[in-house]
Structure formats: structure tokens, C-alpha cells
Design a protein around this ligand. Sequence first.
Ligand SMILES: Nc1nc2c(c(=O)[nH]1)N[C@H]1C(S)=C(S)[C@@H](COP(=O)(O)OP(=O)(O)OC[C@H]3O[C@@H](n4cnc5c(=O)[nH]c(N)nc54)[C@H](O)[C@@H]3O)O[C@H]1N2
Ligand SMILES: Nc1nc2c(c(=O)[nH]1)N[C@H]1C(S)=C(S)[C@@H](COP(=O)(O)OP(=O)(O)OC[C@H]3O[C@@H](n4cnc5c(=O)[nH]c(N)nc54)[C@H](O)[C@@H]3O)O[C@H]1N2
Ligand code: SF4
Ligand SMILES: [Mo]
Length: 769
Amino acid sequence: MLASPGTTVDSHCPYCALQCGMSLTRPRADVAGAPEVQPRDFPTNRGGLCQKGWTSAAVLGASDRLVTPLVRAESGELGPVSWDVALDLVASRLAALAAEHGPGSVAVFGGGGLTNEKAYALGKFTRTVLRTPNIDYNGRFCMASAAAGMNRSFGVDRGLPFPLSDVGGAQAVLLLGSNLAETMPPAVQHLAGARAAGGLVVVDPRRSATARLTGDPSTGSGQRPASAQPAEGVHLAPVPGTDLAVLLGLLHVVLAEGLADREYLEERTTGFDDVARSVAAWWPERVESVSGVAAGELRRVARLLAAAAPVHGGGGVYVLTGRGVEQSTQGTATVTASINLALALGLPGRIGSGYGAITGQGNGQGGREHGQKADQLPGYRKIDDPAAREHVAAVWGVDPETLPGPGVPAVQLLRSLGTPGGPRALLVHGSNLVVSAPNASSVIERLKSLDLLVVCDFVPSETALLADVVLPVTQWAEEEGTMTSLEGRVIRRRAVVAPPGEARSELWILAELARRLGAPEPLAFPTDPAVVFDELARASAGGPADYSGLSHARLDADEASGGPGLFWPVPAAPSGAADPGASAQHPGTPRMFLDRFATPDGRARMVAVDHVGPSDDVRPGAPIYLVTGRVLQHYQSGAQTHRVAELERLVAEPYVELHPVLGSRIGVPDGGRVRLTSARGRVEATARWTDAVRPDTVFMPFHWSGTGSVNQVTTDATDPISGMPEFKVCAVDLTPVPDAPEVRPAETTPGLDQLGQRHGARRTKELST
Ligand SMILES: Nc1nc2c(c(=O)[nH]1)N[C@H]1C(S)=C(S)[C@@H](COP(=O)(O)OP(=O)(O)OC[C@H]3O[C@@H](n4cnc5c(=O)[nH]c(N)nc54)[C@H](O)[C@@H]3O)O[C@H]1N2
Ligand SMILES: Nc1nc2c(c(=O)[nH]1)N[C@H]1C(S)=C(S)[C@@H](COP(=O)(O)OP(=O)(O)OC[C@H]3O[C@@H](n4cnc5c(=O)[nH]c(N)nc54)[C@H](O)[C@@H]3O)O[C@H]1N2
Ligand code: SF4
Ligand SMILES: [Mo]
């Protein structure tokens, strides 16, 4: 139920996994207006918000919000239709394709921004109504390598197996490939302890905003000016894609200098001897020759970390990874090497120390637990596990035999679209693939080859503009639900304003499609998020991500009483417990692994890994490394933030960071136009000269479409274990763009202009404040 005008509800930011607490005040007079956003004190943000959070309400009132279903007419234009017409059309075409080509001819692509309830309903709909194995989601682009590494070593994947606020007390933090200062600015306060102790170590080929927090003037060269201020830490700037060698070198030094926590290794791990042998030949000078990080710096960092480890009486160490090291063909191996280093220092499962991966999307954590992943059933169960199939099928009221088996990871799924024997229809829920998928031009080609593309979104994203049917959905402050933050804390999203026009919740859309596709009773698709959550909780019972002790009511009561929030696993109270009331409730699990890891023998597994290097390495013809990432003001494909005038003003156009030495050698001045060409395609953008990047490397954010879309250039080579694409590193050639500006049309399809609606990345609504 909506709050009455003028009242304030507690909710969270729509964007990233930090899920900063905010309060939303419903406008008094203008019921359709945007709510007022104020930060509130929540453990992840402690009253802070970044620019995206502050301006997030603008997207609710975007001038081109989708307010009615759209269907592409014979003329090629998208035009408005009623919900009945749109849903009948989708259902009949899906049924016809399945009848003619089998259930596998339909595929589904989900997103880590969906609430837990929507992610769960999407997986259930796919497996029970469509009965296709072909589902995956954009978390494959984001958290798959961290998930694979943590599952293998710890037996469970919760990004941070401890509250983020624990990090604030540590003496040292090793941050690999994360630019927290731009991607989660309020989280920087949790680095305070390490910074004060001179223990912040940032590994990034760029002197990113986060690397600058170290105050390290040397940028990993080992050339430290004698006059330098006492630094807050160390910045290592390896050759892109060589972090794994750096990690092997750090472990080599820890072992060679007798700094490991032998007792912990003995009691809590397996596989140490193999790992020790595997790093024996990675002495620092060899690592230097591969990564460019000075041997002396490696030794210094290894000693700094060891001194802060509990075994040497230090104040605690966290090893944290971000996309910079995970979006790699050796992403799982690099996560594993990070975990091996953490285990050798005796960190995981100790209060005040640990390893964690920093989850990205708003519900990047919950989104990977409830069944939109190709190989997964709710509760983070495996779809090929007979016991899991039986349990979940019983909750759903279907025969386990009817559940499909595992599907394929996202990149493989996208490559198969429209190919002989591949899916002919795709339903997209919460991803803008045209901009964000690797090697995007080939993805666009696959999307265009489909018989039916259905996109649910609240704005006409570049992907929606390619669709045959576009279904308008509710967003964030218009809906109830739950999200799971980067620390595994389950939190409530609350509705404060009514959705515009005919926008509907995806829960309703899935229920309507299920009904039209003849879903048999008792297979039910409830539309009340609290009821969906209760079902999700039952389906997750006994799984690794157990939510069975939670409900919307319990989460609300916990928050109302100022509780610390509830971290999964939260199993239900044992049935038959004497007191089924509050005292019998499981308190949740803020800190995991304190007694045992989630492996069969309770020990963490150390796994030997080796460095190979990026799949698309520099060579004549492609002599420069391209690394990609984010800028503070824009979010992902930009579908949301390009519609916020204030953010657009701050970062108005695609750009490439390059070193002045490189710029002058190839004749691209600061502010000039530069073209990047790879084996996949090319991209053009404005050059920004900066000495923050290595002279052999350029950096470009991926937030734009069309000519400025860096994913035209990136490789879709994937990690062999996680299926994660190598977004971060590829080889390019760099040339100045000739004077005559080349105009390539953006990947959009005409249609909405005819409806009097506006589209295009650059047109935005002025903020109403
Ligand atoms: N402003 C903003 N914030 C966001 C998002 C956003 O789009 N915009 N998205 C959210 C999501 S979904 C995610 S996944 C997170 C991502 O958060 P981060 O992982 O912090 O973000 P990125 O900018 O993708 O990458 C981090 C850093 O990796 C570095 N890097 C590139 N190649 C390499 C390499 O080979 N080695 C190392 N060590 N580093 C490398 C880049 O220079 C970059 O500074 O952010 C979340 N927060
Ligand atoms: N080169 C390069 N490419 C990258 C990355 C990189 O670092 N470099 N990072 C990758 C990573 S980590 C990620 S997470 C992906 C993200 O890339 P995308 O998957 O494209 O993510 P978004 O841009 O957030 O797109 C979400 C879309 O869904 C809509 N949406 C939001 N919430 C909902 C909802 O509840 N329901 C529905 N139906 N729609 C919704 C939004 O309006 C938007 O159009 O990009 C990846 N691509
Ligand atoms: S850090 Fe993330 S959750 Fe916090 S305000 Fe910014 S985008 Fe929102
Ligand atoms: Mo992400």
C-alpha cells in the first residue's frame, strides 16, 4: 500500500549493491511527482549518498518513461497497444514457437537489479511454464568469477561474508581491481582504519580515484621521492591482466619469509602443499618482469599485509576484489589466488579479517541466489542436484521430472540466439545488452535475427528499441520487495509513489503470461511481493542461501526496532520449537565461517592456479591495452543516468583516458577525437590526457551507446570456469579521427518519436527540484 501524501518511508537507493539507506517523502500536492530523497543512517552508507543516489528520483519522472505496452507494427514502428493485446501476442507466439521447435526455442535474460521476488518468479516461470533450460542473466558479466572462486574455496558464495563496517577497523586492506571511490563513494569511510595505519594497498593499472586515496606518489615504480608525505598506503599499477602474477608473487614472499599462519593452515584448510609448490617459482623479480611491479614493492606489500595479520598480532587484514581482476579469462583463478593469499595469512573466518568480493548491482547478491542463473534453483541450489529438484518442485507443485536441466552461461546463450537449433525468442528483464554485452555488435546482430524479442523496461533502452514487444514496468520507488546488499543483508524496498500510466510490476506480467500459457493448477504466480517472498523463503529452505526464517513482516519489524538487519543464512526456527515466537527465531549470520567453511569437511580449499595472461594480448597491429570500467556519475549502460540532467551535465560524452606521451606520439591532443580499433570493431570518443594511466594503456568507461560504445571493441572470450567475459582487458590500435566527423547512427530503431515520446541517450528531463 502506498504511503499517504507527505509521509516518509525508509528505503534504499535504486542503483548499486551498497544499497545506501535513504528516506523517500511522497510529494504532498502533486501525486505523480517525484519523491524527495534524503540520505539516512544505514550501516553501509552512514548518512552518505553519491551523486547518483541524490538524483535518483529524476528517473521516476523521465520524460520518455514507458507508460503503455508497445508492439512493432508491419510498418516497422513500435506503437501503443493494450495490455491484453500485448500479452496475448507474446503468449501465442511463445506457444507457437515451443510447439514447433520445442521449449528450448525460448530464452530468458534476467538482471541483478531485479528484486529477490522478481528474480525468483522469473526463474520459476522459465522452468515451470516455459520449461526451457535457456535462462541466464547479467550477473554473468558481473559476479560470476567471484562466485565460482568463493564456491570452490569456501563452499558458498556470499560476496562479503562479513558486515562492511568490519572493514573499517582493519589495519590493512588489499583492494584489487576496485575503484570504490567512484563506484561506491560512501564505502570509502570503511577504509578509514587502513588509511590511518598506512595499510591501504590498491592494485589498479590506473591511478584511479581509489588509488589516489593511498597518497602513494610512486605508482608502483618503486621510485619514492624522499620528500614525499607519509603515505596512507601503496598503489601498485601492474600491466593490465597481470594481477594473478602479482598475487602469486605476494604469496611467494609470504611463504619464503616464513610469514604464513601455519596453525590456521593446518587446522582450517586443505591443499596448501600444492599451492606452496605452485608459487615457488614466482619470485618477485620474475613477477616484476611480467607485471612491471617492482620486486621491492611486492616484498614491501607482502610484509605490510603480514604485519597486520592476526597471527603476527596485527590489527586485521581484508583482501577485497572488484571487477578489475574478475572480468578476465583468468578471473576465477585470480579470485582463487586472492583467497589463497588470504588463507595463508589466516584471515577468512576471523573477526576483523577476511576475503570478500565487492558485489556490483543493486541486487547483485540476491539476484544470484534465487534461480535466474543457468545452473541454479532457488536458495543457491544446483539444478542438477536431484534432492534440490525434488525440494523445489514440491514447493512449486510440479513433478521434478518436468524441470529442465542446466542452461548455458550468458555469452554462450547470446551467441546461440537465432542460430540453427538455438533460441528464436528472447525475453529480457533488467539488462541493456546492446550497450553492456561484450563484442556488442555481434550481440546486436543475434538480437535482430530473433523471431521474437520481448523487453520489459521502464525506459526505452537501446535494447527495448530493438524489440518486437516492449512491456512497461514499475521501478524502485513504485514497488515493494526485497534486495540483498553486497554483505548478504536482506533489506526492504518500499513503494512511495504510484507508477505512471499503465506500467505494471513484472510479477503481474509473469502471472498473466503464465495464465495465458495454460500453467496448470496448482502452479500459482502470486503478484503480492510479500506472498512471493514467503514462497521464495520456503523454496530456499535448507539451501546455501537460506531465507526460510525471513518474511517481509519480520524484516519490517526488525527495521522498526532499529535492528542491525538480517544477513542470510536465516533458517526458519526448527519446527516444533517450544516457543515459535521471537526468541526462537534465527538471528541471521552477519559473519560466516567463524567455526567452519561451507565445504563437506568444513575446511577451506586452497587450489593451485597459474598465470597465463589476457586472451587478446597486445601485438603488432594492436599494441595498446584497453581497460574499461566506470565513472562516478553514470550507471552501467546509462539507461537510467543519461536521463538525469544533472549527471549528464557533469559527464556529457564518451571519453578515453590516455597518457600524454602516448597522445603526442599518435597525434591525438587532449580534447581531440580518438579511434580505438580491435579485432571486433571500433569506437570513437574524446581523448582526455592524464598521467593517471600507464603509457601503454588507455581507459574507457562503457556507459554509452552507438559510436561511443566501448563494447563494440571488447572481447567476448570467457573464463573457462565462470563463463565471465573478459571485459577489462583487450588489445587495440589507436588512431586520431580524421577532421570530418564520421557519423554512425546509434543502435536505435525509429518508432517512439512517432508516438510523441522521446528517446536517445542524450535527451533528459530537467530535475524538478
Ligand atoms: N558510478 C557507478 N558505480 C557503480 C556502477 C556503475 O556503473 N557506475 N556499477 C555497479 C556495478 S554493477 C559494479 S559491478 C561495480 C563495479 O565496481 P568496480 O569494480 O570498482 O568498477 P570498474 O570501474 O568496473 O573497475 C574497477 C577498476 O578496475 C580497473 N582495472 C581495469 N583493468 C584492470 C586490471 O587488469 N587489473 C586491475 N587490478 N584493475 C583493472 C579499472 O582501471 C577500474 O579502476 O560498480 C557498481 N557501482
Ligand atoms: N566494457 C564493459 N562492459 C561491461 C562492464 C564493464 O566493466 N566493462 N561491466 C559489466 C557489468 S559488471 C554489468 S553488471 C553489466 C550491466 O549492464 P546491464 O545489464 O545493461 O545493466 P543496466 O544498464 O543496469 O541495465 C538494466 C536495464 O534494465 C532496466 N531495469 C532496471 N531495473 C529493472 C527492473 O526491475 N525490471 C526491468 N524489467 N528492467 C529494469 C534499466 O532501465 C536498464 O535498461 O555491464 C557489463 N558490461
Ligand atoms: S553508492 Fe550506490 S547505493 Fe549509494 S547512493 Fe551511490 S549509487 Fe546509490
Ligand atoms: Mo556489475
